[in-house]
Design a protein. Structure first.
Length: 441
């Protein structure tokens, strides 16, 4: 029986070992997908793209990115407008659906487009201690600017760049207005170039911007002299700016009140009635003769509270400048003899004028302000260190020095006891700090 049973088992043909190898194999098919989002057109700015889906899924992207492991379903993509310091951007499309399939990378693109542009203003020509005043007007808006810089997020269109005048030590800097086109997504550059304003030449005394004590500048040419156009070429304006700024640096911001017209220095041109040789023949009385002729011509106004600085295109027998020194030497004009000569020294016209309005003053600039102070009655003969004829003789670096040492002007009344003291000087001493011809900050 046992043998029969074994045979029956063998006859049924069942292989138990082989059946254990035929169990089902688990599925390896992917169940999730991917989404590659491309965000473009932002010119370096960050985007704002929100992707949401079932089960509370939410991701915000600021730049292109590939999202993996996403459930196979439909997602919503919402792109919002963004802005950078320079531009505004709007997306396209702003909202759409995308379906993710298992095992597949889906692609979507959000393209931003700039809707605004920018302008860079490059300011030049102003002293470093002056502030520009510029308005940018266009597309219904006005933006005020005070220095170099870029103004962004401007609507496209044509803008007018207007530079207002900038005052400085009784002078004025101006710049031409211009137009600039703003283009979405681009930054344009506009140059605003300031320069000292020079009024058109006039041979008459134009209406003044202000009344009262002030210094008027004359450019006088003898009847046979060469007119070099120093009044119209900006030469005198730059030179006067140089010594005015130096004066302000020495006096706590004080400077002389200059006669102006329309905010610009008013330099009056004068063609004198005599030849240069005739004026020279008057010797030490050249200045007196010039003042008499200017009075006769009506250039020097007898009843107005003005003093005059005259740049004379002629010579002198022994100096580059001279001035009245009231009350000892009555008068109201100071003169620079642009073709003067001094025995044993270089001729006056070998000294250059200041190259720029902010250049350090040179010899001609120091002579100009020195002589103007004489017309103001400085230095008083009663001043402690007065030497002779309105000069100090103790400090060769003082503006009002005269003497045997070489004149190297670099300061004003260091002792503050002769002609400049903001707290006052004793007695009847003339004081530049309180002169009606001086503007105090």
């Amino acid at each position: 029986m046992a043998a029969l049973a074994l045979g029956a088992l063998a006859a049924c043909g069942v292989d138990h070992a082989s059946r254990s190898n035929e169990l089902p194999t688990p599925s390896t098919a992917p169940s999730t997908g991917s989404l590659e989002i491309t965000i473009g057109g932002l010119n370096g700015a960050d985007g704002d793209v929100l992707i949401t889906g079932p089960g509370g899924f939410s991701r915000t992207l600021s730049a292109s990115e590939k999202l993996t492991g996403l459930a196979a379903t439909t997602y919503t993509v919402v792109a919002s407008p963004v802005q950078s310091a320079l531009y505004d951007f709007v997306p396209g499309p702003a909202e759409f659906l995308i379906t993710i399939s298992a095992g597949v990378t889906s692609n979507a693109t959000v393209s931003y487009v700039a809707t605004t542009g920018a302008l860079t203003i490059n300011v030049s020509g102003l002293p470093v201690d002056r502030t520009a005043s510029i308005s940018l007007t266009g597309s219904g808006t006005t933006t005020l600017l005070t220095s170099n810089g870029t103004t962004g997020r401007l609507r496209p269109g044509v803008y007018v760049v207007s530079a207002q005048g900038v005052p400085d030590v009784s002078l004025r800097y101006t710049a031409a207005n211009s137009a600039a086109t703003v283009t979405a997504g681009l930054t344009r550059s506009v140059a605003v170039s300031y320069g000292l304003s020079a009024a058109a030449r006039s041979s008459t005394d134009r209406p003044d911007d202000a009344t009262g004590a002030q210094l008027k500048v004359l450019y006088a040419v003898p009847i046979d002299g060469t007119d070099r156009g120093l009044d119209t070429a900006g030469v005198l304006q730059r030179s006067i700016s140089s010594w005015q700024r130096w004066l302000a640096s020495q006096t706590g911001g004080r400077h002389l009140r200059l006669e102006t017209v329309g905010g610009s220095l008013d330099v009056q041109f004068v063609r004198l009635p005599r030849a240069d040789a005739v004026y020279r023949s008057f010797g030490a009385a050249i200045r007196d003769t010039l003042e008499k002729d200017l009075l006769a011509l009506g250039v020097v106004a007898a009843l107005q509270p003005k003093i005059y600085l005259t740049y004379y295109e002629g010579g002198h027998i022994d100096r580059c400048g001279s001035a009245a020194f009231p009350p000892l030497l009555p008068g109201r004009i100071a003169v620079l003899y642009l073709k003067g000569t001094i025995t044993g020294r270089p001729d006056c016209d070998t000294n250059p004028f200041a190259v720029t309005s902010t250049s350090a003053p040179g010899y001609l600039e120091f002579v100009a302000v020195h002589e103007v102070l004489h017309v103001l009655g400085l230095v008083s003969v009663a001043a402690p260190d007065h030497g002779f004829n309105g000069h100090l003789t103790t400090d060769s670096s003082d503006l009002m020095y005269a003497g045997s040492a070489r004149w190297t002007p670099s300061r004003i009344d260091q002792a503050q006891r002769n002609y400049f003291n903001t707290t006052g000087l004793p007695g009847s001493l003339g004081n530049l700090a309180t002169s009606p011809f001086v503007i105090t900050p």
